[in-house]
Design a protein around this ligand. Structure first.
Ligand code: GLN
Length: 383
C-alpha cells in the first residue's frame, strides 16, 4: 500500500458531525450543530419545484443565476446602502463554507499571515494552512469576547495578508460594534490587508442592534470579501447555497478559483430562491422570528443552574457550568448528551490551544416544543 502524507494531520471529523451523530445514536435532543429542526417555507419549496418543472436543470452561469444576483444586490443596497454590481461583484457559492474557502484561496500565498479571532468557526484555519499560510490567532475571553485592537496591532506584520472577522459571531453570539469598525478601519488603512467578513448570521441580530456589515463602509468594502448564507436565511442549511460580495478586482480572482471548485451552483434552487426573495419580508422578519426563540429559550434555561452569557446575534446561546462541575467542556458535553439527553457543543474546540472556559454552546433554531423538552431535561439533569 502506498502511504499518504496528510495535508491536515491534526484534523479529524468536525465537532458538528461528531455531536450530531452522537445525538442521533443516543436519541438525544440535538442542540449541537446549528440547523433548524423545522421546515423551510412551503412556498419556497414550491418555487424550487416549479423551477425544476420549468426546465432550470442545466448548469447555472458560473457566477450564479442572474436573477438571484440581482435580488442579492437589491437586498444589500436596501439593508446596507451599498451597491454591488450583479455582473462583476456578486458570486453565488455552494454555501458559506465554500465562499470562505475560495476567498482564502484567492488571497493567501505561502507564508502569508492571516489573523483570526478565537474561538473561531472551524473552517478558517484548515483553509489557511492548505494554502501554505500562517494562522495568527488571537484569543477572545468570556464573558464579552471583545477584540483588543491594541493586541491586534501587535500581531500585524508586513506579511499580514488577511484578517477574518465574523459578526454575529459563532460560537459566542457576540456582535461587532461601531468602535470595532473604527479600529479595524484605522488598522488596515494604508496597508495591503484584505478582510474576509463571515456574515452568515447577518439577519440573526437582536434587540434592535445594527449589523455592521463590511458592505456599509466603502473604505473597508473595497478590500473585503463579504460572505452570506441562504441556509440561515431560508432555514434550508441542506441546500448549501450562499454568496460572496467583493469589489470587481477581487471577484475576478475569486471566480477564477470558484469555477474550478464547483463551477456553478444548483440552478433550480437558485431560481426558486430568486423568486422567493421578491418579497423583502422573508428577510426583514427574521430578527424577530429568532429573537422570539432566543427569549423563550433563555427564559427556560433560567430555571436551570447554568449561568447564561448574553446572545446578541446568531442562533446560539452560551452557558457556563464551571461553578457546578470541574469536568472539561468536552467531557461535560458528552455526559450531558448521555445522561440528560441534550447535545451541545463544547466551546474549547474553537480554540487552537483548546482553551476551556467551561462554557458550552446551544443552538436555539428549534421548534418551541424541542426547546421546551430540552429545558425540562436540563432542569432534571444532575449536575
Ligand atoms: N455552522 C454550523 C454550526 O456552527 C454547522 C456547520 C457545519 O456543520 N459545518 O453549528
Amino acid at each position: 500500500m502506498t502511504t499518504i502524507t496528510s495535508k491536515l494531520p491534526s484534523v479529524g471529523t468536525t465537532i458538528f458531525t461528531t455531536m450530531s451523530a452522537l445525538a442521533t445514536e443516543l436519541g438525544a435532543i440535538n442542540l449541537s450543530q446549528g440547523f433548524p429542526d423545522y421546515e423551510c417555507s412551503p412556498e419556497l419549496i414550491e418555487l424550487v419545484n416549479q423551477a425544476m418543472k420549468d426546465g432550470h436543470n442545466q448548469y447555472a452561469p458560473m457566477g450564479g443565476v442572474m436573477k438571484l444576483r440581482e435580488q442579492i444586490a437589491r437586498k444589500t443596497e436596501r439593508l446596507y446602502g451599498a451597491k454591488y454590481d450583479p455582473v462583476s461583484e456578486i458570486t453565488v457559492t455552494a454555501g458559506g463554507t465554500q465562499a470562505i474557502f475560495t476567498a482564502i484561496c484567492t488571497v493567501v500565498n505561502p507564508n502569508d499571515e492571516v489573523i483570526i479571532f478565537e474561538p473561531a468557526f472551524d473552517c478558517y484555519a484548515p483553509a489557511i494552512k492548505l494554502m501554505g499560510g500562517v494562522v495568527k490567532s488571537m484569543e477572545l475571553r468570556p464573558p464579552d469576547y471583545r477584540i483588543d485592537w491594541g493586541m491586534v496591532k501587535k500581531l500585524v506584520s508586513n506579511r499580514t495578508k488577511l484578517i477574518i472577522i465574523n459578526s454575529p459571531h459563532n460560537p459566542t453570539a457576540t456582535i461587532l460594534h461601531q468602535e470595532d469598525i473604527d479600529q479595524l478601519t484605522a488598522l488596515v488603512r494604508g496597508r495591503d490587508i484584505y478582510i474576509l467578513s463571515d456574515e452568515v448570521y447577518e439577519h440573526l441580530i437582536y434587540d434592535g442592534a445594527t449589523h455592521h456589515s463590511m458592505a456599509r463602509y466603502p473604505e473597508l468594502a473595497q478590500r473585503s470579501f463579504v460572505v452570506a448564507s441562504f441556509g440561515k436565511l431560508f432555514h434550508a442549511t441542506g441546500w448549501k447555497v450562499g454568496y460572496c460580495l467583493a469589489p470587481a478586482y477581487l471577484t475576478a480572482e475569486f471566480r477564477k478559483i470558484h469555477q474550478y471548485i464547483v463551477f456553478s451552483v444548483n440552478s433550480a434552487v437558485q431560481t426558486g430562491m430568486a423568486n422567493y426573495l421578491e418579497d423583502e419580508n422573508v428577510y426583514l422578519s427574521l430578527p424577530s422570528f429568532f429573537q422570539q426563540k432566543r427569549d423563550h429559550f433563555v427564559k427556560g434555561l433560567s430555571q436551570t443552574k447554568f449561568e447564561l452569557l448574553p446572545s446578541y446575534g446568531s442562533y446560539f446561546q452560551l452557558a457556563k457550568y464551571g461553578h457546578l462541575s470541574n469536568e472539561s467542556d468536552v467531557d461535560f458535553s458528552l455526559r450531558m448528551t448521555r445522561e440528560a439527553g441534550v447535545a451541545c457543543i463544547p466551546t474549547s474546540v474553537f480554540y487552537t490551544q483548546g482553551t476551556d472556559h467551561r462554557i458550552i454552546r446551544f443552538c436555539f433554531a428549534k421548534k418551541q416544543e424541542t426547546l421546551d423538552n430540552a429545558v425540562n431535561r436540563l432542569i432534571d439533569f444532575k449536575l
